[in-house]
Design a binder for this molecule. Structure first.
Ligand SMILES: *[C@@H]1O[C@H](CO)[C@@H](O)[C@H](O)[C@H]1NC(C)=O
Ligand SMILES: *[C@@H]1O[C@H](CO)[C@@H](O)[C@H](O)[C@H]1NC(C)=O
Length: 477
């Protein structure tokens, strides 16, 4: 027989643990308030002083900072006042490679539970950060899913999980799409129709009209929301160029939007800027469908022809070329072998890549950052994260990657956004853009806000359940 005092003691312990864990997961950004906030351009609090404090003083300092931030978040804080004629700061939230997995008939129950919980772990991060920071733009850096080798029905089912569980968004539009195109197994991409219209445009004279151009878009659905949600193509969503098919491109375009486009903002002011969404998986080959490569280059030429005057935020999945040692991933290319019999049509084609090649890197950066205006590049792919400077040599038309700024012409920072997966501590990347009136340029700052491994989130949920169970038991016995 279990005794009442025993249950009580156990229930009290569970309550304490549950309270601590839940307070932690619901206030975690306050532990790193600077990394977990937009950059504040008139904040001059000296960080260096902290190093000189004693251990005890440090503890007091961090505790006070935490509680102050929790208070500000709970009761609201008056933000810095903007002068009326100053352009508003840009607040872009970036999530690296969520790579959600699927459940199959043979998947063991414990793995199913893990996958189910993982969706809500990611969802917790996305909703905490959105409530805290009200971003103007949300970008997922590609590799939304864990595999490009899945059927349309599974692709659709993961899209539903991504949309509803992780980003807490409405899915009625998804259901409408499924009603329109499906077979007995579920959603089926109509890639014939997609391919026909893709090739119809290509059959005309250049410039091909793929609708690359957008301007001043702050939401795809302004009646419902005031954040712009951007999905980037990753190799696990559409494949590397040696395996990208019409089916891959059709379903991605239908469910996540175009693979290549730009949005120009404030073009008739003194502070123009733009977002460039680039499908970096279709830049080099040998490719299964070379027409996709040609189209992406056509996109870049059209972009170049805009002769844009402003600053650029470039969003893409595969990082640019850099020598071994600068980031976790070094340069690497794999090709299907010449005697590849399993899928003979893929022989010699591009099987995987860590970076873009050196030549492609120079060509892409020259086309996008031709105007020598400040900008920032966000990439994904390498889950570990990295920050690199690309230094332009305008005379030679080359860009060299390094850890330091080193160019007379232009330096653009590339941020490889650390993954939001639990193993990498559930990060959120924050890009703040501020227009410096005095200099007449946009300034871009990046910070990374970490959470914790997924077990911490699980622990908070499980102890909360256990607490409820133990107190019920206590009342009953
Ligand atoms: C996707 O979900 C639907 C509805 O729940 C289900 O009938 C279908 O089998 C799923 N597809 C796959 C590939 O599991
Ligand atoms: C990106 O995905 C989200 C969630 O599924 C969706 O709501 C949004 O409309 C997509 N973006 C585009 C440009 O289609």
């Amino acid at each position: 027989m279990i005794s009442k005092p025993f249950v009580k003691r156990f229930a009290t312990l569970a309550t304490v643990l549950a309270v601590v864990a839940n307070v932690y997961i619901y206030t975690y950004p306050s532990i790193h308030p600077t990394e977990c906030s937009w950059h504040c351009y008139d904040d001059n609090t000296g960080i260096g002083v902290i190093d000189q404090l004693s251990l005890w003083e440090k503890a007091v300092f961090y505790a006070k900072r935490y509680f102050d931030d929790v208070r500000d978040q709970t009761f609201g804080k008056v933000g810095p006042e903007f002068e009326d004629n100053e352009p508003e700061d840009i607040h872009l939230m970036a999530f690296g490679d969520p790579q959600i997995k699927g459940v199959w008939k043979k998947t063991p129950y414990i793995t199913r539970l893990d996958i189910f919980g993982n969706d809500f772990f990611l969802g917790h991060i996305a909703s905490m950060m959105r409530k805290r920071l009200h971003p103007s733009h949300v970008v997922v850096m590609g590799d939304l899913f864990s595999s490009q080798w899945i059927g349309d029905s599974e692709f659709y089912n993961r899209t539903t999980r991504y949309t509803s569980r992780i980003f807490g968004r409405d899915t009625t539009w998804l259901e409408k799409i499924k009603e329109k195109s499906h077979n007995s197994e579920g959603y089926k991409a109509d890639w014939h129709a997609w391919g026909d219209s893709f090739n119809e445009i290509r059959s005309k004279e250049k410039p091909w009209d793929y609708g690359f151009h957008h301007s001043d878009v702050y939401s795809w659905d302004p009646e419902k929301e005031d954040t712009l949600f951007i999905n980037i193509t990753g190799n696990h969503d559409i494949g590397y160029s040696g395996d990208i098919t019409y089916q891959h491109m059709a379903r991605f375009s239908e469910l996540f939007g175009k693979a290549n486009y730009w949005i120009e903002y404030d073009t008739d002011t003194d502070h123009p800027w733009r977002i460039v969404v680039l499908n970096s998986l279709t830049l080099e080959g040998p490719a299964l469908q070379p027409e996709f490569i040609e189209t992406t280059w056509e996109f870049l030429y059209q972009l170049f022809e805009r002769r844009f005057k402003g600053s650029t935020v470039l969003l893409t999945h595969v990082p640019f070329y850099k020598r071994e040692g600068l980031c976790s991933d070094g340069p690497e290319f794999n090709y299907y072998p010449a005697d590849f019999e399993r899928e003979a049509y893929k022989k010699n084609m591009l099987r995987s890549q860590n970076h873009l090649s050196e030549d492609v890197t120079n060509r892409v950066l020259n086309l996008i950052f031709d105007n020598n205006k400040q900008g920032i590049i966000l990439t994904g792919h390498d889950h570990v994260g990295c920050e690199t400077y690309y230094n332009k040599n305008a005379r030679e038309g080359t860009w060299s990657a390094s850890k330091e700024k080193d160019s007379q012409d232009l330096t653009v920072q590339e941020i490889t956004v650390k993954s939001m997966m639990g193993e990498f501590h559930g990060n959120t990347g924050l890009v703040s853009g501020h227009f410096n009136k005095l200099m007449g340029t946009w300034e871009w700052t990046f910070t990374l806000c970490p959470f914790a491994v997924q077990h911490v989130w699980w622990f908070a949920k499980v102890t909360a359940l256990l607490t409820g169970f133990l107190w019920s038991l206590y009342i009953l016995i």
